[in-house]
Design a binder for this molecule. Sequence first.
Ligand SMILES: Cc1cc2nc3c(=O)[nH]c(=O)nc-3n(C[C@H](O)[C@H](O)[C@H](O)COP(=O)(O)O)c2cc1C
Length: 161
Amino acid sequence: MKRLFTILVVAMTVLGLSAQTKKTVVTYFSATGTTEAVAKQLAKGNKADLYAIEPAEKYTAADLDWHDKKSRSSVEMNDKNARPALKSKKSLAKYDVIYIGYPIWWGVAPRIINTFIEQAELDGKTVIPFATSGGSGIEKSVSEFRTAYPNVKWQKGMLKN
Ligand SMILES: Cc1cc2nc3c(=O)[nH]c(=O)nc-3n(C[C@H](O)[C@H](O)[C@H](O)COP(=O)(O)O)c2cc1C
């Protein structure tokens, strides 16, 4: 009887502890450092892990030239199905709360964010999008995510300008 009681107490303690400690991660893609700075602040404030979403091929200044219709970013943003490759895969299955940060490109999220979401195993997870921009809002990008990935618990996005 005493042994059973001990087992019960240990089990409840373990369950209680795991319920308390929601694991949070702040993930972000940043081409020129602005979103990265915000991500670092968020991770510090939330005592969360930090993870940089890195493209297999870094974006050069020429790649980011939105005046050039043939630049890499223009070509990718012109194609809804573009999925630029990641440097490495990352499952977020062990996290309960996931922040995803990005710069607004052409009014929405860069396509590499789609690549990331599609390999991250986010179904059923609470995801909080945040973004930086030159003035555009975050809503359009979040509404695209809700449509494309309906099994994710999308929270209201935060623009950090
Ligand atoms: C290819 C490209 C497209 C962009 N499109 C937009 C846009 O549609 N609206 C906007 O407000 N800012 C736009 N920007 C500006 C970025 O969103 C802004 O500079 C952002 O803070 C950069 O973040 P980063 O330094 O983390 O890459 C664009 C920037 C690039 C490079």
